[in-house]
Design a protein around this ligand. Sequence first.
Ligand code: LRH
Ligand code: MN
Ligand code: MN
Length: 408
Amino acid sequence: MSYNDRAYALFEERQNERGIRLDEVKAKLKALKVETPSWGYGDSGTRFKVFKQAGVPRNAFEKFEDAAQVHKLTGICPSVAIHIPWDKVDDYSKLQQHAAELGVSIGAVNPNLFQEDEYIFGSVTNSDPAIRRKATDHLLECVDIAKTVGSRDLSLWFADGSNYPGQVDIRKRKAWMLEALTEMYRALDPNMRMLIEYKFFEPAFYHTDLADWGMSFNMANKLGPQAQVLVDTGHHAQGTNVEHIVAYLLDEQKLGGFHFNSRKYADDDLIVGAHNPYELFLIFYQILDAAADADAGVRATADQIAYMIDQSHAIELKIPAMLRSVLNVQTQYAKALLINFDEVRDAQEKQDVLAAEQAVREAYEQDVTPLLLALREEMGVPADPMKAYLQSDYGSGILARGKGGASW
Ligand code: LRH
Ligand code: MN
Ligand code: MN
């Protein structure tokens, strides 16, 4: 028996003793799908500078080529989110066909209402009706693109806000936001969803029209069942209990998706799980708990969550950074699958605080390496996707693209 086989046998023995069935765990791990963002492959930076890397994609087609590498090596990233107009192409069915040839597909469509000079004082909440019209038309254009390429989800984030007290009429802007979203909602096909993101600040520093989950939740409720909330893990104030928000939205059947990234101070867009792996694990704990809820609607909500990465930084290579993010998501999900929920519930019923906390933490403390190695072998992907990438020629091959590729 090889070292890995022995390690897996021991791991299995241990998990069986803990009451965990590894065949179920592996089936769930195989079903996990994580969407990567097209913009995570292009040049990025800070608000001080965009840094140019050699080899980054020059257009949307090349972004899909890089994303396809991440899928090939991990087996769990079959779709790629696009951002319009960053990924504007003449013919979206050509992009869709290109994606299919690479073994991936177009995922969530993200309208972009924060790039043009006209939007300096806002887009859908601008006090100028002509600018609001233009912004809403862009939302409708994105609904059309999603229909053309067969995407179910539109992810919506608005930079709209203000910097000074008195600068804007906050309540009027709330009405304009709802007006634009309502027009967009009416354009959806019945299978489509609007995922409404929020962020507490940046680029606006005094007030932001959709600043927190409650504001997105309120909009989604007013719109109807096809509108849900998107939780970007980097969009909360310090110390916010993100897993509580997740549990709350799941219970309301209003959690539509995630943008995963890690952060230390603000919307840092760093590699997922780099700073806060326990938070990520606790998010999955809440999702798995809801996935076994007595209410079928809550179970279905948990099942249909769109897991997306929204990570892009400048000081690391793009494809390895994305691989690290994806692998960190997979690792924390694997750990959460090792929670013995009966034990947790039993301790909760007895109000045994220490036992309940122990039952959750114990799963986090398991080393899931043998499990992930066995899983990858069964899935036919490299045991160590990062190593496989670094040993492949892909990274050197793309250098021929030169510097000065696509950026935001
Ligand atoms: C805003 C955000 C939003 C955008 C992306 C590029 O901070 O998280 O999701 O679409 O970054
Ligand atoms: Mn985001
Ligand atoms: Mn963000």
